[in-house]
Design a protein around this ligand. Structure first.
Ligand code: SF4
Ligand code: SF4
Ligand code: SF4
Length: 188
């Protein structure tokens, strides 16, 4: 009897969980779901590189493929660094961070919590003054080791839950304001 097809959760467990979207999907789990459904090749994850492709191939009982260059190149774990002298405190780098690794308030200097950063690079493009650079983690003196995939997944899950909570609170606030305006005979 043939072995059962691996589930998305089993495939997701092999992915690095940087949530960088370089595979072309919205995160590691959506990519794993596409592989489980047979609609994505196993060679689209640059942060995982050849080692992850090998593991995916074993689980999928198929041959490994070279990393697809359209998705990027394999490299060392990266860490975001903010040039704090240039930071204008616009906070545009905060929403894209999948693990809430950037701290700072509006009009205040921002900084990256190195222990949390997955190296996803998603904060770089939104910065209007180009003061975020990605560097190899090993090039930063005293930088802690890269977070584990399990840590990344847990922080991303918590981030998504916070986002959902924020959206619901915002929707409830608008609904409450509309209800009050309606009760007062104002515009609906
Ligand atoms: S680490 Fe990035 S490229 Fe790899 S599966 Fe996750 S989101 Fe996709
Ligand atoms: S600080 Fe930047 S590179 Fe690091 S996890 Fe957040 S968005 Fe990704
Ligand atoms: S996007 Fe750039 S300038 Fe704006 S707060 Fe972040 S690091 Fe500072």
């Amino acid at each position: 009897m043939a072995a059962p097809e691996p589930t998305a959760e089993q495939l997701d467990a092999l992915l690095p969980q940087t949530q960088c979207t370089r595979c072309g999907y919205a995160g590691c789990l959506p990519y794993a779901e596409a592989m489980a459904a047979g609609s994505a090749e196993l060679n689209r994850c640059p942060p995982g590189g050849a080692a992850t492709i090998e593991q995916l191939a074993r689980l999928l009982d198929t041959a490994p493929l070279p990393l697809n260059p359209d998705n990027g190149v394999e490299g060392p774990p990266l860490l975001a660094q903010i040039n704090e002298e240039d930071c204008i405190g616009c906070a545009k780098c905060l929403p894209p961070c999948p693990v809430d690794a950037i701290v700072g308030a509006r009009r205040q200097m921002h900084t990256v919590l190195a222990a949390l950063c997955t190296g996803c690079e998603l904060c770089v493009a939104p910065c209007p003054v180009d003061c975020i650079v990605m560097v190899p983690r090993t090039a930063v003196p005293q930088a802690p080791a890269a977070p584990t995939p399990d840590d990344n997944r847990a922080r991303y899950t918590a981030h998504l839950a916070r986002e959902q909570h924020r959206r619901e609170a915002h929707a409830a606030k608008i609904a409450g304001a509309k209800a009050r305006a309606g009760a007062a005979g104002g515009p609906s």
